[in-house]
Design a binder for this molecule. Structure first.
Ligand code: ZN
Ligand code: ZN
Length: 281
């Protein structure tokens, strides 16, 4: 095993990369997925350092006043630099292709979109707004490319979320979708106080949510929730027998490090397989 360079202080991404390398050493089956995450994190960090603040008033009272009618981060608030967006989309598609996560046709579609200065803004807006309650149509040019957009836009969305979360803790938000960008959660964290926080799959914002209820269909009947846990107890799955979806959780009470969504997403791939085998999606 090679020596690992020390992490620069305060860089969560570097700690994530160190954890991903450790995961690869411990579980070689996960190497391809870990390598893809490492490449994406390095790419995202390069861009994130130059993403400006979102164009929303960053004032605690103002942000809290928007919450009751949220999600609060509109497409117009995103600090979009089109040359960065094109770079991120192309580089993300290339990284995902290298690890066989997508095929050549998808890489070509991304390239065509990046060359089309009139289509790209419409498709990006459709991606951002497609998850909002009540939106039922999505741009046909986006279909099948959602995961590429999600990874590519991560530096922009996490930058916005960090800036907003520095001013508000979103405590008044009781819903199952992200209070900032309307995204679905794809991971939860169980805190030392045994609360459950959901983590947005798009902007990584975290918000407190009911400990039992399914964050997709809101079923809260305990008899219709099946729980599974990893052998070390670090991860749990809550599988909903009503909508057949599941959410993974990182149990911070059973770990010496904090939750790291890019790492925990890879570490829980075996749990995903177990859930899918049981008929959940
Ligand atoms: Zn979000
Ligand atoms: Zn459900």
């Amino acid at each position: 095993m090679t020596e690992k360079p020390p992490a620069p202080t305060g860089r969560a991404e570097s700690r994530e990369i160190i954890e991903l390398r450790r995961l690869k050493d411990e579980q070689p089956d996960l190497a391809a997925a870990a390598d893809l995450q490492i490449e994406l994190l390095q790419l995202q960090r390069r861009v994130q350092v130059r993403v400006p603040l979102p164009s929303i008033r960053l004032d605690t009272d103002y942000l809290n006043s928007l919450l009751p009618s949220g999600p609060i981060l509109q497409f117009e608030h995103l600090p979009i630099d089109w040359s960065d967006v094109r770079f991120l989309l192309r580089a993300t598609a290339s990284a995902m292709r290298n690890q066989d996560a997508i095929d050549d046709a998808e890489v070509r579609r991304v390239d065509v979109l990046c060359r089309d200065a009139s289509r790209l803004p419409a498709v990006l807006r459709s991606w951002y707004e497609s998850v909002r309650p009540g939106v039922s149509t999505i741009d046909p040019d986006l279909l099948g490319l959602e995961s590429i957009f999600q990874q590519a836009m991560r530096p922009v969305l996490t930058r916005c979320a960090d800036a907003i979360l520095a001013r508000t803790d979103l405590a008044g938000w009781p819903h199952h979708i992200c209070p900032l960008c309307a995204g679905e959660p794809d991971l939860a964290v169980i805190t030392p106080a045994a609360e459950r926080l959901l983590i947005c799959s798009r902007c990584a914002a975290r918000w407190r949510f009911d400990q039992i209820a399914c964050p997709f269909c809101l079923n809260d009947d305990r008899t219709k929730i099946t729980s599974l846990a990893s052998r070390d107890g670090r991860y749990r799955l809550s599988c909903c027998d009503s909508c057949r979806r599941y959410i993974k959780a990182f149990d911070a009470r059973r770990s010496s490090r904090p939750v790291m969504p890019p790492v925990d997403g890879v570490a829980t791939l075996p749990l995903d397989a177990a859930a899918i085998q049981r008929g959940y999606q």
